[in-house]
Design a protein around this ligand. Structure first.
Ligand code: PA5
Length: 429
């Protein structure tokens, strides 16, 4: 289970202040659990993790088997909460290069931008390949996925005629929205985003689980991890790692640390960090408040952001995710000529070097005025993934209530849309 190490924040916050936060964290957790806070119509995610297999999960697994057997490529269409979760899961567990695997269908994401180049590249890639699509949109009306959907359905119909519908999977609201209507009228197999689950809290519904299953990640293991986390995090005291994380980041924010940099030493964590960024950014950033969620991949970004972190404006703290070391070891060999001067590392493993890089960086950043919360977790697998998703969702709900904002709306996102629709001449704008 996830552990939080706060030993690197005490230069900036006092342990007594953390203890004093207990009542505030308790109140925020109770608001969530008793469903009495703002946005309480959107708390369905609290109860998604379960140890039993529900009907929807059985259908997800059956659909995934079908897709895996008849498709070389699976295109997942969606944006924001309907996109980042599945991508985060697939890249973390199957790796950034998952599309090179011969065992699993290739998975591409569409409808998350308006780039003509990205679209043309996808079309070129789909040429001559058997493919299926999963359209994910809670509202069913978001412009970017709607444009990609129209075009992909056209391509499928041209290629497969009346059988195209067997390759179209829809994930949306059970009753409302254009996509629900399309699915019903056209007879596409469809999955549900419960009305009480907002986009960025939806990864443990079919939104995340169907693409994960197609990628070869067992969704039952993901649920097992999430359900285990749900039980473990149901503790009402500062022993609870979600409380420790929420309390520490809240205190750091109060001491002028306005930016949280989520860092990991795993390149495959990049999209998980993107999911986290949306979760916290859209949940907390409102009413003129909020910690700006930023992300970094170490050690690569130590060679780009490292200078800024070490000596720039002292307004940030780090949250560093540490995974248990992988079972396989990679060793550094001795070299007779030692022209690269690396023989001092001969016989050491890559994991050993990584550990020292982590410790050296941590000490440098803390000494330089950047406190760090360390989050330790297990090896990278489906279960750890489920735990992490639930841990961050719960921590985010608690954190936002501590900040005094509604974690479950995103009124600010409408501003760009309104301007865009006016410029596009959409009726009604
Ligand atoms: O968290 C959210 O609610 C948003 O990021 C949405 O997921 C995003 O705007 C996409 O919306 P929809 O799923 O309705 O297409």
């Amino acid at each position: 289970m996830i552990k939080i190490d706060l030993s690197n924040v005490w230069l900036d916050i006092n342990p007594m202040e953390l203890v004093k936060k207990e009542a505030e964290v308790f109140a925020a957790h109770e608001l969530l659990a008793e469903k009495k806070g703002p946005g309480n119509d959107f708390l369905g995610w609290l109860d998604l993790p379960t140890f039993e297999e529900r009907d929807e999960m059985r259908r997800i697994r059956r659909a995934a088997e079908r897709i895996r057997s008849n498709s070389e490529v699976f295109v997942v269409v969606g944006i924001g909460g309907s996109y980042l979760g599945p991508r985060a899961a697939i890249e973390l567990v199957k790796g950034q290069n998952h599309n090179l695997s011969k065992r699993d269908p290739q998975i591409f994401f569409a409808g998350n931008n308006l780039s003509t180049r990205a679209w043309s590249e996808l079309c070129e890639h789909l040429e001559g390949k058997d493919f299926s699509i999963n359209i994910i949109s809670k509202s069913g009306t978001t412009t970017e996925p709607a444009i990609a959907t129209r075009a992909l359905i056209y391509m499928l119909k041209r290629k497969y005629g009346e059988h195209a519908k067997d390759r179209i999977y829809v994930t949306t609201d059970p009753e409302k929205g254009a996509l629900r209507q399309i699915a019903t009228e056209e007879g596409y197999e469809s999955f549900i985003i419960p009305p009480s689950v907002g986009g960025r809290y939806s990864v443990l519904t079919a939104v995340g689980l169907l693409p994960m299953a197609v990628a070869g990640i067992n969704p039952l293991d993901v649920m097992l991890g999430a359900a285990t986390a749900k039980e473990a995090l149901n503790v009402r005291s500062l022993e609870n790692p979600a409380w420790q994380y929420a309390a520490a980041r809240n205190l750091l924010y109060g001491s002028n640390k306005y930016i949280e940099l989520l860092c990991s030493y795993e390149p495959n964590f990049r999209y998980f960090a993107g999911w986290w960024q949306q979760l916290f950014g859209e949940s907390e950033g409102k009413d003129g408040k909020g910690i700006f969620p930023a992300t970094a991949e170490f050690t690569a970004d130590l060679h780009s952001l490292g200078q800024m972190i070490q000596q720039g404006e002292r307004n940030l703290f780090e949250t560093v995710i540490r995974f248990a070391p992988p079972p396989s070891r990679v060793m550094i060999d001795p070299n007779e000529r030692n022209l690269d001067g690396l023989n001092y590392l001969a016989g050491k493993s890559l994991a050993f070097v990584e550990e020292k890089a982590f410790l050296g960086t941590l000490n440098a950043h803390v000494d330089g005025g950047v406190p760090a919360i360390i989050l330790e977790t297990g090896d990278i697998n489906a279960q750890t993934l489920g735990e992490l998703f639930y841990f961050f969702e719960l921590s985010c709900g608690i954190s936002a209530y501590m900040l005094g904002v509604n974690p479950f709306n995103q009124p600010g996102v409408e501003f760009y849309k309104r301007n865009m629709f006016q410029l596009l001449g959409k009726p009604g704008f």
